[in-house]
Design a protein around this ligand. Sequence first.
Ligand SMILES: C[S@@+](CC[C@H](N)C(=O)[O-])C[C@H]1O[C@@H](n2cnc3c(N)ncnc32)[C@H](O)[C@@H]1O
Length: 194
Amino acid sequence: MNGAFADRAAESGVPLFVRRWLAHPLRMGSVVPSSATLCKHMARVGWPREDGVVLELGAGTGVISRAFLDAGLPPDRLVALEIDPDLANHLRGTLRGVEVLECDARTLADHLPERFAGRIETVICGIPLVLLPFADQQRFVAAMAKVAPGRGFLLFSYCITSPLPAQKLGLSAKREVWTPLNLPPASIWRYRPL
Ligand SMILES: C[S@@+](CC[C@H](N)C(=O)[O-])C[C@H]1O[C@@H](n2cnc3c(N)ncnc32)[C@H](O)[C@@H]1O
């Protein structure tokens, strides 16, 4: 491979993402990171008010967090959480000034530093909840509600209809975005407590 091309590929995090997908296909849920278009939409619909903090669960190679930073969110108002140690290392090395938590999102309340308490305004869930049994979906929803009560969360998905059984989970569901410019085409859903 041409050296400059290999450098650019490594910087994008795509080769790392594909390696982690090969190791944990179900946990990763996607072969490649979200597209720049999907990330920009996410930053638009998830933009917090003054002083609000954005929390991204399942940050992967950090493309969504990067879109918030590129749109002007100060790094100290962003928290990126990832279960995979290689991806968490990548996030620490590339998202300067951002708090990176390496843990299972179901235990996030135990890992979130005190200074973020009561300040989380947008929760983005990158974890492929659609692939999980209902009881597990409930655990993730409860974990998010514990750190951001009443705020709900944004979830991207490749499904045509809601990827979660919203009513059964005590949530309302609204599709905010659909874009064909992602592999595969994706929607952003907003879930709020009923
Ligand atoms: C579909 S990828 C999304 C990556 C990135 N947000 C993006 O849009 O490209 C899902 C990510 O969720 C992470 N993940 C899966 N289960 C998790 C869990 N229980 N806690 C934290 N992260 C998890 C995976 O390691 C993976 O990086």
